[in-house]
Structure formats: structure tokens, C-alpha cells
Design a protein around this ligand. Structure first.
Ligand code: AMP
Length: 281
């Protein structure tokens, strides 16, 4: 496993693999790797000869009041975990590599309406930052495949739209949510949770499960369901951002309960904002 800190080192390695006709897959991450991240590598492996994991905490997707400065950075541990897996290269650029002309007055990628709803309401900068850095990573690495977790379901659909609308020659693979034993979706931000909130955090998943059961038993007043779910979260100590029932395919408000649906939520417990979702098939 090689570690490339610069774009030129990464491209040199990529060119060598290109000459050898190797297919290359990319796993974009912000590091502080947990089993959820590592599962992406296993999902991607059957598609490609070579796997590149990128680790970069992208300043463009954090608002000034968010946790960019305190976001956990654990590069040595991350490299130790990745060295046990079928990973061929790790790309660890710094800001000078990715944003040599600063971060303000640069060309960036605006995402469509899909990015203004759900998490885009309270984090309007977020998906533009994600779409911009993913476009840059795709151009630098030129992967044949890239994998994204369903944990960030709205992000996954935005990346699919990005690839489609900008004709990027990358196939996007999705990978299921990996959870802790009690059902909490794994996340780098879970480490912010003190014991009291860590115990309560499991309620987010339980609320989604109860929404799923109600939909399966025929409930189709989704806005009432969403309100009840937000109330349930609030009773359990969360500040709910949203609970939303949407179509799996394009996150539209569903017209009937027979479509393939997904229940998504974002909610804050203590000072930690968690997201999760559950498909209803
Ligand atoms: P992040 O480092 O948070 O930007 O996440 C990098 C990638 O890992 C994204 O594609 C996430 O959707 C994915 N990911 C994060 N947590 C999980 C999880 N619990 N299960 C599956 N994928 C995940």
C-alpha cells in the first residue's frame, strides 16, 4: 500500500495502472475510519483491480459554525487499518494540494434542487462543498468506479446526479449502512457522544423503525407520521431537524404508500448532529 500526499504522485501511480490496463476504484472519505468506511472497500473490491482510498477533511463542506477544526483526524490509525485490507494506495492531500488558489473565489459545482431539501435546508453550503471536492477527486484519480455509503443517502443521490449531469466516466456503487450492535449507524461523529447521549442516540434508529412499521401496516398520511416521529425524538432528548418519508429513487414526496420508500432523519443529541435512514420495501 502506497501513500500519496500529492496530486502528481497519485497521478504517476494511476498512469502506471492505466498502462497495465488495471481498473481502479476510489473510496472517498474524511478519515477517522470505522467499520462503516472499511465495508466500502469490501463492496468495491469485486469491481476493480486496484483500490485507492482518499482521506481529506474538506473545508468547503463545513459552515463557519460547524466542527471543521475539531473533526477527528487520526491518520496513523487510519493507515494501520487500511494496510490490513485490499487497498493499493491512500491519497492524503492537504489544502495546498486541493485548493492552491484558496477556497473562496474558485469554480465550484452547484447541485440541483435535490441538494436544497432535507439536510440542504439547515446546511445550504454542504452539498456544494461535497460535489465540488468529489468532482476534483474524480478528475485527479480518474477512477472507473467509486463507492458511497447509503448512510449518507441524499449525498449518494447527489453524486449520482453529478456523474449523470456532468458526464463523468465513473460508475457509482452504493454500499449498505453498517451499524453498531444496538442499531446506531456508525459515524465518525459518534465519538462526540458522551455516555448519556450515546445511550439515547439509539432512539433515532428506533424511531425510523417505528415509521417503517407504520408504513408497512398501511399508514399513508406521511406528514402526520413525520410529525409524530419528530415529537417522539423530542421526547427522547433530541432536537429533530427533520423526519421525512420520501421515494427511494429521487427523494420526492411520495404520492402513495405502494412506492419504494425511505424514511430519513437528522437530529441533534447534546451537540452532536446525527443522520440515519431506513428503506421501506
Ligand atoms: P465520511 O468520512 O463521513 O465523509 O464518509 C465517507 C464515506 O463512508 C461516505 O460514502 C459515507 O456514506 C460512508 N459511510 C460513513 N458511515 C457509514 C456507515 N455507517 N455505513 C456505511 N457507509 C458509511
Amino acid at each position: 500500500m502506497i501513500v500519496c500526499k500529492t496530486i502528481s504522485d497519485l497521478r504517476e501511480q494511476r498512469n502506471t495502472w492505466q498502462q497495465q490496463n488495471k481498473t481502479v476504484g476510489l473510496v472517498p472519505t474524511m478519515g477517522n475510519l470505522h467499520a462503516g468506511h472499511l465495508s466500502l472497500i469490501h463492496t468495491l473490491k469485486p469491481y476493480c483491480d486496484k483500490i485507492i482510498v482518499s482521506i481529506y477533511v474538506n473545508p468547503l463542506q463545513f459552515a463557519p459554525n460547524e466542527d471543521f477544526a475539531s473533526y477527528p483526524r487520526t491518520l496513523a490509525d487510519d493507515l494501520a487499518s487500511l494496510s490490513q485490507l485490499p487497498v493499493d494506495a491512500v491519497f492524503t492531500p492537504d489544502d495546498a494540494q486541493l485548493y492552491p488558489n484558496g477556497k473562496v473565489d474558485i469554480v465550484n459545482v452547484r447541485v440541483p434542487e435535490l441538494g436544497s431539501q432535507l439536510c440542504g435546508v439547515t446546511r445550504p453550503h454542504f452539498f456544494h462543498g461535497v460535489a465540488t471536492v468529489v468532482t476534483k477527486l474524480f478528475n485527479i484519480v480518474q477512477p472507473n468506479y467509486a463507492v458511497f455509503g447509503e448512510k449518507d443517502y441524499q449525498q449518494l443521490l447527489i453524486i449520482r446526479a453529478l456523474v449523470r449531469d456532468l458526464n463523468l466516466p465513473v460508475e457509482v456503487i452504493s454500499s449498505p449502512i453498517i451499524r453498531e450492535d444496538d442499531g446506531l449507524a456508525m459515524s465518525s461523529r459518534n465519538r462526540y457522544l458522551v455516555d448519556e447521549y450515546r445511550h439515547k442516540a439509539v432512539q433515532l434508529q428506533q424511531t425510523l423503525q417505528s415509521c417503517k412499521q407504520k408504513i408497512l401496516s398501511g399508514m399513508d398520511d406521511f406528514s402526520q407520521l413525520e410529525q409524530q416521529a419528530c415529537a417522539e425524538l423530542a421526547e427522547n432528548g433530541f432536537i429533530p431537524d427533520y423526519v421525512a418519508v420520501r421515494t427511494q429513487q429521487d427523494l420526492q414526496i411520495p404520492k402513495e404508500n405502494k412506492q419504494q420508500l425511505i424514511v430519513l432523519s437528522a437530529a441533534t443529541i447534546g451537540s452532536t448532529r446525527l443522520i440515519d435512514n431506513l428503506k421501506v420495501n
